[in-house]
Design a binder for this molecule. Structure first.
Ligand code: NDP
Length: 310
């Protein structure tokens, strides 16, 4: 069997087009959705992520505001900034790019965001609403995975879903979303016994671990759907090991190397072996990755719709 490659770029584009139509409808009613991105310090990857989010806003006609604060910002200063954004009518979504510098306490910061503007869906009010099956803003990456499964017509009711990873950002909310759609859900984590055997019981196997190419064909039941959430940039000795284990990655690495990039981006699944057993799978890059920003835009528009009715 050769797995169908699920095209996350196409699905992300579809969602963006739908969001664009919704933005136009809101503008007809005099509402311009607005997103504030708060970036503290100069973490290079965070700068890239925030820049991409702002670009997505611009391409969809969503008002965006970048709040860049210095590395030495205190928790109190960041809380003040969030309180200002909470009060601003032109801002419907607030995201604080993580990780924050070490001196800042993350919990009070996430708690300070108005839950109605919490477009990352990480506020305990939204996490609680998800657990209770009530309306609220859902975390973007898990929602993106659900969009992939829905748009690919993968049946969830009664299906066995195994989620490897139980973080508050990905694994846990994703398991709850699958449960809401009547899947029978098993969470796995670093202390799960017989991980391969548990994973092999899955009709839908999700890897959200952060370990390059950990999930091999031995984890996959023939015909299962594999969703790879992992994004791992591998370089150095780890890269040599990876290329030795999966020579099919070498051409991609050579292309990177010719551009002066001495690393490669891989998921948590080993595509070359998993794709021989699964019926469909998301690749890395080009699978779940492009969905996260599309869902951030969708959440911002949802927040604007709800707040403008108040
Ligand atoms: P975390 O590090 O917060 O969580 C990782 C989870 O994997 C933990 O629950 C951990 O278990 C579990 N785990 C670690 N090692 C093993 C193991 N050997 N066997 C079984 N389980 C294990 O990561 P995130 O959830 O934030 O992210 C997961 C991956 O998804 C990363 O690669 C990240 O880069 C990617 N990601 C991708 C996004 C996208 O846009 N596509 C967005 C966000 C994340 P335990 O709880 O026991 O420690």
């Amino acid at each position: 069997m050769t797995a169908k490659i699920i095209d996350g770029k196409r699905i992300g584009q579809e969602i963006r087009e739908e969001v664009g139509l919704e933005v136009a409808r809101l503008k007809d009613r005099g509402v311009v959705p607005g997103l504030a991105a708060v970036l503290v310090g100069d973490h290079p990857a965070s700068r890239v992520y925030v820049r991409n989010k702002i670009k997505a806003c611009q391409s969809l006609g969503v008002h965006s505001k970048l709040v860049a604060l210095p590395q030495e910002t205190t928790t109190a200063q960041l809380l003040q900034c969030i309180s200002d954004l909470n009060r601003r009518d032109s801002i419907h979504g607030i995201l604080v790019q993580l990780p924050l510098p070490g001196q800042i306490d993350e919990q009070p910061v996430l708690l300070a965001i108005d839950p109605a503007k919490d477009v990352d869906g990480l506020h305990p009010m939204n996490a609680g609403a998800l657990a209770l099956g009530r309306e609220g803003l859902r975390p973007c990456t898990p929602s993106g995975v659900m969009e992939v499964l829905r748009r690919e017509g993968i049946p969830l009711q009664g299906a066995r879903a195994v989620v490897i990873g139980r973080s508050n950002l990905v694994g846990k909310p994703l398991g709850l979303l699958l449960l809401q759609q009547h899947a029978t859900v098993t969470f796995c984590h670093s202390r799960t016994r017989d991980l391969e055997a548990v994973a092999r019981s899955a009709d839908i196997l999700v890897a959200a671990v952060g370990r390059p190419a950990m999930v091999t064909a031995d984890f996959v039941k023939p015909g299962a759907v594999v969703v790879d959430v992992g994004i791992n940039r591998v370089e150095g000795p780890g890269l040599e090991r990876l290329l030795a284990e999966d020579p099919s990655l070498r051409p991609r690495y050579e292309r990177n190397r010719s551009k002066g990039i001495h690393s490669i981006l891989v998921g948590d699944a080993q595509w070359s072996s998993v794709s021989r057993v699964a019926s469909a799978a998301t690749p890395v890059p080009g699978g779940v990755g492009p969905l996260t920003i599309a869902l951030l835009m969708k959440n911002t528009v949802q927040a604007a719709r709800v707040l403008s009715r108040k």
